[in-house]
Design a protein around this ligand. Structure first.
Ligand SMILES: C[S@@+](CC[C@H](N)C(=O)[O-])C[C@H]1O[C@@H](n2cnc3c(N)ncnc32)[C@H](O)[C@@H]1O
Length: 219
């Protein structure tokens, strides 16, 4: 799939064939936004405790519908066998990725999240829309990079330090199947550091951008 065609296919209004899946994922967002259960952050497993609520995190950290629909379409178009998500949070992006895999009729999602309480919410959220499609690993990303071995799509939506973004890019190049697609969130309008990291990373392959998502094709 040529990247330019892929970008075009991902940048259009939701059509009838997608509407039910989008509605199911957005119903999950609605219950997350109403859930006052306490959850932790990335430091929870190191003793950080429960610092926020599902509702508060869903409002600020979960991919908004327009971004999540792009993720859904990337999976529908590319038909990956293994999708890895670094930064599962409460499972919203995971719902879209897993629903698309379910619709494809093949493929699985490995979602990595450092906060055990968030990962538990995500596991429940994702299995409510796409049972049996996802695996939720509670781990720091650095300890879970083996998940990239043979994967063909990576959604990197967690660590926003340049060093990590570039290192995970190197690991992706070393470990992923070919062809593969690396998707990095927050490449523009997040921080100068993220934009610089993306500008460096994108030189290593064919790249494109859809909103805040950077797409890097590994061949
Ligand atoms: C922006 S949120 C992910 C949102 C999610 N992809 C969605 O759209 O629904 C980033 C998540 O990454 C996790 N995270 C950040 N750095 C991490 C690291 N080094 N190891 C493990 N988890 C990390 C945070 O705990 C947080 O839940």
């Amino acid at each position: 799939v040529h990247l330019r065609r892929l970008v075009r296919a991902c940048s259009r209004p939701v059509d009838d064939a997608e509407a039910d899946d989008v509605a199911a994922c957005e119903a999950v967002r609605a219950w997350l936004l109403a859930d006052q259960t306490p959850v932790g952050d990335v430091f929870e497993a190191q003793g950080g405790g429960l610092t926020t609520t599902v509702a508060a995190e869903a409002a600020i950290a979960s991919s908004p519908p327009e971004k999540a629909v792009v993720l859904y379409r990337l999976v529908r178009h590319l038909q990956p066998r293994v999708v890895v998500e670094l930064g599962g949070a409460l499972g919203l992006s995971g719902c879209y990725l897993a629903t698309a895999l379910q619709r494809n009729g093949r493929g699985r999602l490995v979602s990595v999240e450092g906060s055990p309480s968030r990962a538990a919410v995500a596991a429940q959220a994702v299995s409510s829309v796409a049972p049996g499609v996802s695996e939720h690993r509670v781990s720091l990303f650095d300890d879970a990079l083996g998940a990239l071995d043979g994967a063909d799509l990576l959604f990197n939506d967690g660590n926003h330090f340049a060093e990590a973004v570039l290192r995970y890019g190197d690991e992706a190049r070393r470990r992923m199947a070919r062809p593969a697609l690396v998707v990095v969130d927050d490449i523009r309008d997040y921080s100068p550091e993220m934009t610089l990291a993306w500008d460096q990373l994108r030189r290593s392959g064919q790249s494109a951008e859809i909103g805040s998502l950077g797409l890097l094709r590994l061949t």
